[in-house]
Design a protein around this ligand. Sequence first.
Ligand code: NAD
Ligand code: ZN
Length: 361
Amino acid sequence: MPVETVDVPVTSPYPVIVGSGLDLGRIVSNTLTPGLCAIFTDSTVGPLHAARVQGALEGAGWTVAGTIEVPSGESSKSIEAYAGTLGRLARMGLTRDAIIFALGGGVVGDLGGFVAGTYMRGVGLVMLPTSLLAMVDSAVGGKVGVDLPEGKNLVGAFVRPRLVAADLDWLATLPGREISNGLAETIKMGLLSGSDFFDDLGLVGAARTGDLDALQSLVLDSVRFKARVVAEDELEGGLRAILNYGHTVGHALEAAADYNLQHGQAVAVGMLAAASLSRKRFGRDLIDVHEDLLHAAGLPRRVPAVGAELALLAMGRDKKRSATDGAAGHRFVLLEDVGKPVRNVPVSEEEAREAIGAIVE
Ligand SMILES: NC(=O)c1ccc[n+]([C@@H]2O[C@H](COP(=O)([O-])OP(=O)(O)OC[C@H]3O[C@@H](n4cnc5c(N)ncnc54)[C@H](O)[C@@H]3O)[C@@H](O)[C@H]2O)c1
Ligand SMILES: [Zn+2]
């Protein structure tokens, strides 16, 4: 399979390189002059993949000051882990001209990116996404940050990486349910995009079983789509909000399940709720289209009733927190049709209740 490059056309453009068996040393050194660096990873990905990455970098003339590992999982996206990582970089003697390689899933990318953007007012960042979700979504777009006990992603910044390199071989060690989680975001973007990307969603089943060509096509489609949206609205003033399709109900379900429901699973069911609202609002029935795609990806299509009730409560809390919603009710991204997202659609309490009713098992 040929190695493919997508350029993210923001003010300082950066390449996203996607392929299998990447020659990482050469790829990195094509964009950046070899020098001092650190590898940032987590306790699952580190033992599996960090030694080879370090070997490739050293082979290309890089000096690896050290590898920092945080415990794998969302709980590492914390102020404590952030402060601890900064301290370790300082003790390693990492200088202002150094590069941080963030090797891992979205947690490593979000935390490592925030560290890179703030250590010494910013050192260079290279994203090496190892989860499908990170490859298709979080490694591109520049959003980085950590959670607070008060809520997810409440602290952060926009930090552009210098380069993103995704080696599809890393996915061989990723658990199947994490592949499904990544596919949820890909399905979301394919539905928003329409056209050839939507047609490629026929590859979801093959991608789920680890077919590298299918994975490469879907990662490239997702990166191209997200790059286009981000290029138009990097700081999330408008268009970028369409990426929240399925996330209004999805986030509420996650909060209601006290984060025991995985993000991709929550978004899957959230998209179905949005599809049911879309049908009511615009007349186009895309529910079967959604169900077939989610089924092919191994994602759930229903939640238990008690979860739905709690989700409604969580949506109410969310609404109070957001300054712009006011009395108009909730705001949803809906689909007039495949490839025709409409954002900021006001949805009443009653309609939200009905949509959530549609996803109860
Ligand atoms: N910045 C953004 O734009 C953006 C977008 C979407 C999501 N996110 C964030 O991303 C995070 C979720 O990302 P995620 O789903 O990748 O979670 P994650 O980083 O926790 O990875 C999921 C699990 O897979 C493991 N893993 C990763 N790669 C592996 C591999 N190759 N082999 C074996 N195990 C591997 C991790 O150790 C972890 O246990 C959330 O914190 C979310 O807020 C950010
Ligand atoms: Zn998401």
